[in-house]
Design a binder for this molecule. Structure first.
Ligand SMILES: C[S@@+](CC[C@H](N)C(=O)[O-])C[C@H]1O[C@@H](n2cnc3c(N)ncnc32)[C@H](O)[C@@H]1O
Length: 266
């Protein structure tokens, strides 16, 4: 399972804080997270919740840029400590499936790259909606690994490694294109979906943050790929770098909606 499913039990939990810190410096992540904050429709005095907030960088920006109050939840003690260190005092260690808040407590709530890691994403989305008042905003951001492409010589091998990434390394790696449908099923209105494609041409960046080159070796360790195929993947990966053809892309979906006040639907 992916390290973000249980950060505290990893051999070096703080290395996962460092991963998030590196990503938060990437222009792609900064741009889409800025858009996530806009989609929450923040206004001074309003009150928001981020679920699976990690280091809380985006939550702190929402608070500082819009004069709102922000509560955060993460089930990792490591992340909660990082959030408190950066001044997010309303930071709880809690599970996305059981939020420790009354219904309709917030003007908006969001989860950014969290749903992909959850055991029961549908229950957690229902929970996210529960804590938002009628008329409030709910936003989900996640990559959808069904959208991946990678240019190495053997496209069949590339697809197998990418499928392993999508289906084995992540619990819900291919759910993001269904977030709108899940919102609709809860009677939410004003549903919008915005795609944002992460394009990686510099594999050094990619491997720092995504570990792409290592996915084939992991697949071999788990018996999904032959060790010789894993080595071929790495050789072709390196060849693509040398030939300046390296291209990897995955699309994130930002899904936003307004909570409906109709109790019969919620
Ligand atoms: C990829 S990180 C994203 C962090 C942050 N949203 C950001 O944009 O940088 C996913 C976060 O979800 C948290 N997480 C995973 N499962 C969770 C759960 N069941 N309940 C609450 N948080 C969870 C992890 O600890 C991690 O901090």
């Amino acid at each position: 399972m992916h390290g973000f499913t249980d950060v505290d039990r990893q051999s070096d939990p703080n290395s996962w804080v460092a991963v998030l810190e590196r990503l938060s410096e990437e222009p792609f992540y900064q741009a889409y997270q800025h858009r996530v904050r806009e989609l929450l429709d923040p206004a001074p005095g309003r009150c928001y919740l981020e679920v699976g907030a990690g280091t809380g960088a985006s939550a702190a920006q929402l608070r500082d840029e819009h004069g709102v109050s922000v509560a955060t939840v993460d089930h990792a003690q490591t992340m909660s400590a990082a959030m408190r260190a950066c001044g997010l005092t309303q930071s709880a260690v809690a599970d996305a499936h059981h939020l420790p808040f009354l219904s309709r407590s917030f003007d908006g709530a969001w989860a950014d790259r969290t749903v992909q890691h959850l055991a029961d994403p549908r229950a957690a989305i229902k929970e996210l909606i529960r804590v938002v008042r009628p008329g409030g905003r709910v936003v989900l951001a996640d990559p959808d690994y069904d959208t991946q492409v990678l240019d190495i010589a053997d496209q069949s091998l590339a697809r197998r490694v990418l499928r392993f990434r999508a289906e084995v390394l992540l619990r819900n790696g291919t759910l993001a294109h269904q977030h709108a449908g899940l919102f609709a099923a809860h009677g939410l209105v004003d549903i919008t979906v915005e795609p944002r494609t992460l394009l990686v041409r510099n594999p050094t960046d990619a491997d720092n943050v995504l570990g792409l080159r290592s996915w084939a070796a992991t697949a071999a360790q788990r018996g999904t790929l032959d060790p010789a195929e894993a080595r071929a993947f790495e050789d072709q990966f390196d060849e693509a770098v040398t030939a300046h053809r390296f291209t990897y892309a995955v699309t994130f979906f930002l899904t936003a909606a307004t909570v409906n006040g109709d109790e019969s639907i919620r």
